[in-house]
Ligand binder design. Structure first.
Ligand SMILES: [Fe+2]
Ligand SMILES: [Fe+2]
Length: 135
């Protein structure tokens, strides 16, 4: 069962960002699937790393668009991205050192964060970006 399924309620009305958000959900589900099957660290590790790199890439795309549109909420939004990136990096560090395994708490945390972030913060820039010609 998927951890989180993409639906239109997640749309932020900007094609490139919707595609990235959907890809991020797929990666999260993939990671969840691997964990549920009890796959080894050798499988989970690269999936986790892929997800983290993708999150970084997505955050920078999103921030670049907000910057282009001179979005007034950029600083606050960037701060939230930075906070999550830091938390995940900390976890990945522990995972790499073998101090931690991937667990359902982390996945639930990521799912909840994504769910809230998409529907609240990411949703807030939609109108502004549209008004500044970004679709
Ligand atoms: Fe965001
Ligand atoms: Fe986003």
């Amino acid at each position: 069962m998927a951890l989180l399924t993409w639906s239109n309620k997640y749309s932020v009305g900007v094609k490139v960002l919707d595609n990235q958000h959907a890809a991020f959900l797929r990666m999260l589900n993939e990671l969840h699937g691997a964990m549920m099957k009890g796959q080894a660290q050798a499988v989970v590790g690269p999936l986790l790393r892929k997800l983290v790199n993708y999150a970084r890439e997505h955050f920078s795309t999103e921030e670049r668009l907000m910057e282009t549109a001179k979005y007034p909420g950029l600083a606050k939004h960037r701060e939230e991205h930075r906070e999550l990136t830091g938390k995940i990096a900390e976890f990945v560090g522990r995972f790499d050192r073998g101090e931690d395994s991937l667990n359902i708490h982390l996945l639930n945390f990521l799912r909840d964060w994504l769910n809230n972030h998409l529907r609240e913060m990411d949703h807030e820039y939609e109108q502004w970006l549209h008004d500044h010609g970004i679709h």
